[in-house]
Structures are given as structure tokens and as C-alpha cells.
Design a protein around this ligand. Structure first.
Ligand SMILES: Nc1ncnc2c1ncn2[C@@H]1O[C@H](COP(=O)(O)OP(=O)(O)OP(=O)(O)O)[C@@H](O)[C@H]1O
Ligand SMILES: [Mg+2]
Length: 361
């Protein structure tokens, strides 16, 4: 599906249900297409699914989609955000308790496992469960049985369990904090969400979508981003993934100026150490990785010198002992903004390109 203009996104937003349109959620990358096919296949089968991926990659959305596509979609959707519930309360929250089970248990209370009967139980950040709760969960997954705290007998439920984590559970198994047998139980089907920097081809469509979405939501008329800025967004490494991009676009829609974004990204980039994206599963090209690292270092040096010279590019070129034209080329190549006056439309900046440097605000 070709999705180029902000207008085509506006119509998508109007028909928006609970989720962003599939074309936005899955984009065009091979990894996301494969994930979508896997998700569609597994949604209807009553097997546990483990969703893994960095923070902000969309694990929550995928979990909800699995429920919405499942035969249990009219049943309850029960989410448990494990880190949000203090360890001591988590057991009663999950499995419930009987009257008198502990001080303060004046009545009995069902847990979320029971509430999810004939629906989906979504356990978010599963690595937070301590070992005793991991055993109870294992029992639930093995025979659908569990025991309320203080109860004499086990109860039986039918629940579809979906788990998510942004940690490498394999490492937790090695350190003894996660049970290997539970890992095999929850990981019948694994959905691995790629980080946004590994699907940069989808960034532009996400930008258009969030622009249309938040323009509509906040009744704003923020304009489409300039191609220069989109190029910057495509090069940024997005440690906070889609959530970070979404928040950036929200801020842009509300504040309405592009320099909000470009200055923000430059500041973020500056703070971070260069961390090369190396795919350890495939062959590594030392040459390629080193070239990328050198380019990144060059980008930082140019940025520092530009900032030191208040974005006067002629002075910066002199300081760097390169020609003015070479600097312009490098600025473009590094995805840096042409100058600090990002409030100007890009058309206005083109005529200035070979001419004089503008004074910088
Ligand atoms: N593929 C996507 N398409 C559209 N929006 C997305 C996509 N992925 C994530 N988002 C948006 O980004 C935000 C974060 O997504 P989500 O909560 O699903 O991430 P997460 O992987 O569960 O993160 P965490 O590990 O921090 O819980 C949400 O507002 C969600 O709507
Ligand atoms: Mg989440």
C-alpha cells in the first residue's frame, strides 16, 4: 500500500478503530511482514505467545491485536503490568485469595487469572515474576489450574496467555532468575519485534500517520515535515523506538515548529555514545561497521564545530580545513540540518546553499 501524503493518512485516521491501520503498524520491512504473517496464524490457536522487543517497539499493540483476532475476542482482555505491582501483592493480584488468607483479607477476591477466563491474559514484562510465581504460572500453563492464596482446592480456567518482555530471557535463565521450563511453556510461538532503527524504511509513513493522527486529535494544522527533517529522522537511531517517534510528532503538532524536533534530536544524538548496529546472527563486515563509525564520528565533529561557530558554515569549513563546498556536502550526507534556522521552509534554504551564510539565531 503506497502511503505518501498526509491526506491519505487523514482518511485512515478517520476510519481508525482501536489500532492504527495494519499498513502503519507493520509497514513494509520484511521482518514486520513476517511477524504479521506469524501473528495472523497464531492468533486463532490456543497456544501461549511470547512477544519480545525493545521498549516502544509495539509489543502492547501486537498483544492486543492477537486478542482481537482470536476466537476469544468477545471474552475478557486482562492485562497485568508485572513491574507496576509490588512483588508481595502480585501473587494475590494474579491468583486471588480466600477470606482470612492473610491479615487484611476480610473477604475473598478473584485474581486476574480468573477474570481472564475464556479470554486473554496478557502478562507484560514477565521477567519481573519471582521464582515462586513462576511456578504457579507454570502450573496454570500445564493444566489450566491454579490455587487462590489460602484456598484448599485448585481452580480451573481456560485462558490464552500472551507474555511480553524487553529483556533477553535467555540471559535470565543463565543467571537463574527465570525458570527454563516456564520459558519453554510461554515461548511456544515467539514474536520478535525489530527495533525501529532496523526498519528505517517505515519511518516516513509513521511520521505521516502520527502527524495526521495528532492533527486530528488536537485539532491542529501542523504542516508536513520538510524532506531535510525526514532525512534526519531516518538517520537517528531511535533508542525509544516508535514511542519516541510518536512523542516527537505529538510535540511537533502541539508546538508547530520544526526546530523543536531538529534541536531536540541533535541534543539527544550528542549525548549518546556511538553504538554500532551489529547483527551478530549474520556475517559482519568490519569494513562497513568501521566506515559507519567513522561517518558518525565525523558527523559529531562537524556538529561541534558548527555549533562553536554559531552555524557559520564558512568559518566552520575554515576551522576544519576543508572547502566550503565539501562541508555543505558533508552536512547533507550526515543528515544534519542545513543550518540552525529550521523555521525557514526548505525551499528558502536552497537559494542560500551556495551563497552567503545566514546569521544564525
Ligand atoms: N508499529 C506501530 N505502529 C504504530 N504505532 C506504534 C507502533 N508500535 C508502537 N506504536 C506506538 O508506540 C507506543 C509504544 O508502543 P507499545 O506500548 O506497544 O510498546 P511496547 O513495546 O509495549 O513498549 P514497552 O516495552 O515500553 O512496554 C504506543 O503509543 C503505540 O501506539
Ligand atoms: Mg508495553
Amino acid at each position: 500500500m503506497a502511503m505518501q501524503t498526509t491526506n491519505s493518512f487523514s482518511s485512515l485516521v478517520q476510519s481508525l478503530g482501536e489500532f492504527p491501520p495494519d499498513a502503519v503498524v507493520f509497514g513494509k520491512s520484511e521482518a514486520m511482514q513476517a511477524l504479521r504473517a506469524r501473528m495472523n496464524k497464531v492468533a486463532s490457536a490456543n497456544v501461549p505467545v511470547l512477544i519480545q522487543g525493545e521498549s516502544g517497539t509495539g509489543k502492547d499493540i501486537i498483544a492486543r491485536m492477537i486478542h482481537a483476532l482470536s476466537p476469544w475476542k468477545s471474552g475478557p482482555w486482562v492485562k497485568v503490568n508485572c513491574p507496576a505491582i509490588p512483588g508481595t501483592l502480585l501473587e494475590s493480584e494474579l491468583f486471588g485469595y480466600e477470606k482470612g488468607a492473610f491479615t487484611g483479607a476480610y473477604g475473598s477476591k478473584p485474581g486476574r487469572v480468573e477474570m481472564a477466563h475464556r479470554g486473554t491474559l496478557f502478562l507484560d514484562e514477565i521477567s519481573e515474576l519471582d521464582l515462586s510465581l513462576q511456578s504457579k504460572l507454570l502450573q496454570l500453563l500445564q493444566d489450566g489450574q491454579f490455587c487462590r492464596i489460602g484456598a484448599q482446592e485448585d481452580k480451573k480456567v481456560e485462558v490464552r496467555v500472551v507474555c511480553a518482555t524487553n529483556r533477553q530471557l535467555e540471559n535470565e535463565i543463565e543467571t537463574g532468575t527465570f525458570r527454563q521450563d516456564l520459558y519453554y511453556r510461554i515461548n511456544v510461538v515467539n514474536l520478535q519485534l525489530p527495533p525501529l532503527r532496523e526498519r528505517r524504511g517505515d519511518i516516513e509513513d509513521l511520521v505521516h500517520y502520527f502527524l495526521a493522527y495528532y492533527n486530528q486529535k488536537y485539532n491542529c494544522r501542523a504542516r508536513a515535515l520538510s524532506s531535510d527533517l525526514i532525512a534526519i529522522l531516518q538517520k537517528y537511531h531511535w533508542p525509544g523506538n516508535v514511542r519516541e517517534l510518536e512523542n516527537l510528532m505529538k510535540r511537533y503538532v502541539i508546538l508547530g515548529t520544526e526546530d523543536v524536533i531538529s534541536n531536540d534530536l541533535i541534543a539527544r544524538n550528542d549525548k549518546e555514545f556511538y553504538n554500532p548496529d551489529i547483527d551478530l546472527d549474520g556475517p559482519i563486515s568490519l569494513k562497513k561497521v568501521t566506515r559507519a563509525a567513522t561517518r558518525e564520528l565525523e558527523r559529531k565533529i562537524i556538529l561541534k564545530v558548527l555549533q562553536a561557530h554559531h552555524w557559520n558554515r564558512k568559518q566552520a569549513a575554515r576551522a576544519l580545513s576543508i572547502s566550503y563546498r565539501a562541508l555543505l556536502y558533508k552536512i547533507r550526507d550526515a543528515g544534519l540540518p542545513p543550518n540552525r534556522i529550521a523555521r525557514k521552509r526548505p525551499e528558502a534554504l536552497v537559494s542560500e546553499e551556495v551563497g552567503q551564510d545566514t546569521a544564525v539565531v
